[in-house]
Design a protein around this ligand. Sequence first.
Ligand SMILES: [Zn+2]
Ligand SMILES: [Zn+2]
Length: 177
Amino acid sequence: MRLDINQIASNGTALHLDMAQPLLSELLDLGTDELTAVKARGPLHVDVELLCTGDDYSVVGRIECKVEQTCIRCLDPVSTSLNLPIRVVFSRESTGFGANRDDLEPGKDHYLFSGHYIDLDEMIRENILLGLPDYPLCKEDCLGLCPVCGKNLNFGPCSCSKDEPDPRLAELSNVKL
Ligand SMILES: [Zn+2]
Ligand SMILES: [Zn+2]
């Protein structure tokens, strides 16, 4: 998703951009395994205001999307709708991150660009990943999978606990007091 800086008006330009689901999936694909994968579940909407502030360009607005992660306990898919505020600055690569912008954190709210184009992709990816839960759960009290038979315990108990008691517990129950 590239912006031509020549098209930014001196008093700022409002932009609405969409990124189709396959492209967003590609952007979020970090080559990670299935457990930590983040997939797009719809298109991305970008609503931002662009403003030239001297040598820098500020991008302020919101991004909205729906993504899917994997529940860390039961491995079921977890959908999360994100509506994230965006407030970032793009500086020229030749200027670098500069000393006057201590308030900005490179890779989070401060990015570089070169030539005539500002590429929003990295900024979008970082903001989505930062906005996601670190430990996604399908529900707060997800019961997870049985470590013995692998059954999803959210759908009812498995027979493991009845048929195969923990041998250590069985031993204890045989002890005559
Ligand atoms: Zn779960
Ligand atoms: Zn079981």
